[in-house]
Design a protein around this ligand. Structure first.
Ligand SMILES: [Zn+2]
Length: 259
């Protein structure tokens, strides 16, 4: 199995789905997740990774803003992006290897439900014909900016979280209650992502095209920072929201068990 994980990581690097460092990080993550949660855990990781990579590539020409931080760059996802989406799952795996409590499996699945909801919402929501609504500034903004929501993106988030929850339900032969718990937590985790994105994430304005962006470089020049905390990059926001999704699911599942 370890050889299989290595082959998949190398293939991802060769296909430029991941950078070299991203691929090494994904390999280590895959091995630890396999040790903790078996092949089912690897399938959840794989489902998140494959669907988000395919969605990123889907209708790429229509995702207007070439510098938007949500769209993957040409060299593939970096180690930072891998840890942003899978770091919380990795912590759940380490948690399980330390104290073998089944609650970690729920936490683990919910971190991927959150990451999947967020990626589907970003990659599908950016195609919304209507400009998304910024929840803090209370106005419509350009597609692709964090902290903004569209009905299309919200439906995509719910579908993404439900997709992982269904796969979890099948893979672990789990109960409907726990499946719902994971779908719900993933959706809430994605809402936390939007909230952090709106209130804390850095925003720049490009001095050439005047477009708002999360990238510090736009149209080939340095963009002007207008808002946000340096600490809250998109990766940090993703990492925190997957932790929140995981914690909500862990708490809910303990509550369900106490019935
Ligand atoms: Zn620009």
């Amino acid at each position: 199995m370890i050889v299989g994980i290595a082959l998949l990581s190398i293939t991802s690097a060769l296909l430029r789905w991941l950078t070299v460092a991203g691929s090494v990080t994904a390999f280590i993550m895959g091995v630890i997740i396999y040790k903790a949660f078996g092949w089912q855990g690897l399938i959840l990781l794989g489902l998140f990774f494959i669907t988000s990579t395919l969605l990123t590539k889907w209708k790429k020409d229509k995702k207007q803003d070439p510098d938007a931080i949500h769209t993957e760059d040409k060299k593939g996802r970096t180690a930072g992006q891998v840890l942003a989406n899978g770091g919380a799952a990795l912590l759940a795996a380490v948690g399980y290897l330390t104290i073998a409590d089944p609650v970690w499996i729920i936490v683990f699945a919910a971190t991927f439900a959150t990451a999947t909801a967020d990626t589907w919402a970003s990659e599908i929501g950016v195609l919304s014909k209507k400009r998304p609504f910024h929840i803090k500034e209370w106005r419509r903004v350009d597609p692709g900016l964090s902290g903004a929501i569209s009905s299309l993106g919200t439906v995509a988030a719910a579908l993404g979280a439900t997709f992982i929850a269904c796969c979890f339900y099948i893979l672990y032969d789990s109960s409907i209650a726990l499946g719902l718990c994971i779908a719900f937590s993933g959706f809430l985790g994605n809402m936390a992502d939007t909230f952090f994105g709106a209130w804390f994430e850095q925003k720049y304005v490009c001095s050439i095209c005047k477009r708002e962006t999360e990238s510090h470089v736009h149209c080939g020049v340095k963009a002007v920072k207008v808002f946000g905390n340096r600490f809250f990059t998109n990766n940090v926001v993703n990492f925190l929201s997957t932790i929140i999704g995981g914690l909500i699911a862990g708490g809910l599942s303990l509550w369900i068990k106490s019935w």
